[in-house]
Design a protein. Structure first.
Length: 359
């Protein structure tokens, strides 16, 4: 996989190792087509535990996805045995096959190579977070901020559009741990099945740091091997079940989210539009008419991402950008949001949006 997301916001194959530089947008974007149906804004897969980690573990809960409501149902027991190999007895219970139903999987010896299992699917999760307290969740530095995944099949993790974790290829279950306090990124075999790297797991397959992964990308805002406090980041998680046999997932993280105002850009058919630029200006209102001063500079700018979402961003003194809420933009209560650029294939249905913020 190439070490940066493509211009469309999706992973791109590495031609040096795959003889192709094709974007994987056709697998992960929101378009429907022959043999593919996409579901956006799904809910219910992740739970929040007592330590405020977002978690899901297929060895604890079978996850069934409802395509009508776009919600997951988590059951209090796992489902589907991993295929152990020819003439071997299945012993590992807890596979991730969300397009199967509980009625199907909660039967005796339902194994991942069963013809009823719905293989070949993908998951894309996007998370926006802030680095603070030297990579901890609180000022007392009680809890380190970490991102852990363990499972099978292919997984790619990008931070700020840069590849920091590559679990692609033919393999059994592998694990990755990103420690935002130290910047350490470890790929390993989770021998004790706790989705956390310990000495019990043996020597890591690979060790790097966030700073090293970002070398040469021009990304600002580092402290030693990790991110500096007060910096804002995005994390994209891509999961692809393509092996046609086993599929398992354990995900656990406690990234610190930041409140933000966001916008979704759609066309007349309700299809989300990526690559649309916007600028937000303070305005005055007289007799219901919104006016922007000729010399006004935009307070916030942004471009819709691969799924048509825009987060309003404000430039910081360190050169980075931070998301903002309209409620935090000062005393001005009237705003004009201008559309500044649109992909050539997209009609411009409206050039600006007036907003009145009530106090």
């Amino acid at each position: 996989m190439q070490n940066k997301l493509g211009a469309d916001g999706y992973p791109v194959l590495n031609k040096a190792t795959t003889d192709s530089d094709e974007s994987l947008a056709y697998l992960f974007n929101g378009d429907n087509g022959i043999g593919k149906h996409a579901y956006l804004d799904v809910k219910g897969l992740l739970q929040v535990d007592d330590e405020r980690y977002y978690t899901y573990d297929s060895t604890n809960h079978f996850a069934e996805f409802n395509t009508s409501t776009k919600n997951f149902t988590l059951y209090e027991e796992p489902g589907v045995y991993a295929y152990p190999g020819k003439n071997q007895k299945p012993v590992h219970l807890g596979q991730f096959f969300p397009f199967n139903t509980a009625e199907q999987v909660f039967t005796k010896d339902f194994i991942s190579n069963n013809r009823l299992v719905n293989h070949y699917f993908g998951v894309h999760m996007n998370t926006r977070f802030i680095q603070q307290y030297e990579g901890h969740t609180d000022k007392n530095k009680t809890w380190k901020v970490t991102y852990n995944f363990s499972g099978d099949d292919d997984v790619w993790i990008f931070i700020d559009g840069v590849l920091v974790g590559d679990l692609g290829g033919n393999h059994d279950a592998l694990s990755i741990q990103i420690d935002f306090s130290s910047g350490e990124v470890i790929t390993y075999e989770d021998r004790d099945s706790d989705n956390q790297y310990t000495d019990q797991d043996g020597k890591p397959h690979n060790t790097t740091t966030l700073a090293k992964a970002m070398e040469g990308t021009g990304k600002p805002g580092f402290r030693d091997h990790t991110f500096a406090d007060g910096t804002y980041h995005t994390l994209d998680f891509f999961y692809l079940e393509r092996g046609g046999i086993n599929s398992n997932m354990s995900l656990k993280y406690n990234l610190v989210n930041l409140p933000e105002s966001d916008i979704v850009k759609m066309d007349q058919d309700g299809k989300r539009i990526p690559g649309v630029g916007f600028e937000l200006y303070p305005a005055t209102v007289v007799n219901g008419v919104y006016t922007v001063a000729e010399d006004a500079k935009p307070r916030c700018i942004g471009t819709t991402n691969s799924v048509g979402e825009l987060v309003l961003m404000e430039e910081q003194a360190n050169g980075g950008n931070m998301p903002v809420q309209l409620s935090a933009l000062g005393k001005n209560t009237h705003w004009v949001l201008r559309e500044t650029s649109t992909p050539p294939w997209t009609p411009q249905l409206a050039r600006h949006l007036d907003h009145h913020q009530r106090t």
